[in-house]
Ligand binder design. Structure first.
Ligand code: ADP
Ligand code: MG
Ligand code: MG
Length: 210
């Protein structure tokens, strides 16, 4: 399987499907420690991205698809997650101006996305945010690529680490974002943005397996 432009378009569509299916779950998570809109934000955002992808324009580089995701999320998602994911996909799109990604290319893309999120949101790991899913994903992808994994195996490493990273946010006390207003009462709930990150990277893997 080559991680080409068609893969990146399947990634977007799979993401939209996964977020539609997880809408209530993400909303419930955000109701526990935030304002209960994360499911709706992500669902609305990716529905808009899919509509934009269907505009008939020809895209020949992965980065062109990721930039559509970026600009659409920035303009259609309010709240913290819109600009954070928007910046992530914008940075990712800038380092994927090519027709396909090799194993190193996947790592570079994920690193760029994480860098966008930390530049914008100033969070580090352990603060109970989406960074707690992205950082282990980047670390695992880096290790896999160093061990000679193929691009799909690199994506798998990233997706699995993001999933575990999202789960790892449950006991954490939030110190960034809306959940930080709760202080110690934020512990005991999974961070919704970390969960949506795991869904997005899971969709990237699923898109590579079909
Ligand atoms: P809002 O909190 O504005 O309603 P969302 O509910 O859509 O926005 O998104 C909340 C998610 O955004 C959180 O679960 C968290 O993962 C992420 N988030 C919030 N602030 C930051 C930050 N400074 N850095 C990284 N991620 C953040
Ligand atoms: Mg919210
Ligand atoms: Mg909100």
């Amino acid at each position: 399987m080559t991680l080409d432009v068609a893969w990146s378009e399947r990634w977007v569509r799979r993401s939209a499907e996964a977020l539609a299916a997880a809408r209530d779950e993400l909303t419930e998570l955000d109701r526990q420690i935030g304002d209960g809109d994360h499911g709706e934000n992500m669902h609305r955002g990716f529905r808009a991205v899919v509509a934009k992808l269907d505009d008939g324009a020809e895209r020949t580089q992965v980065g062109q698809v990721l930039k559509v995701v970026a600009t659409t999320l920035m303009s259609s998602v309010g709240g913290a997650s819109g600009p954070l994911y928007g910046t992530a996909f914008l940075r990712a799109g800038k380092v994927t101006e090519r027709d396909a990604l090799d194993a190193h290319g996947v790592v570079v893309m994920l690193e760029a996305a994480l860098e966008g999120i930390t530049t914008r949101g100033k969070a580090t790991t352990g603060e109970k945010t989406m960074v707690d899913a992205w950082q282990p994903a980047v670390d695992a992808a880096t290790r896999a690529a160093q061990d000679g994994a193929d691009p799909v195996a690199v994506l798998r490493a990233a997706a699995e680490a993001a999933d575990a990273g999202a789960t790892s946010t449950i006991p954490l006390v939030a110190t960034k974002g809306r959940a930080s207003y709760l202080g110690p009462r934020s512990a005991g709930h999974e961070d919704p943005g970390a969960r949506s990150t795991a869904l997005l990277l899971g969709a990237a893997l699923a898109a590579a397996l079909t």
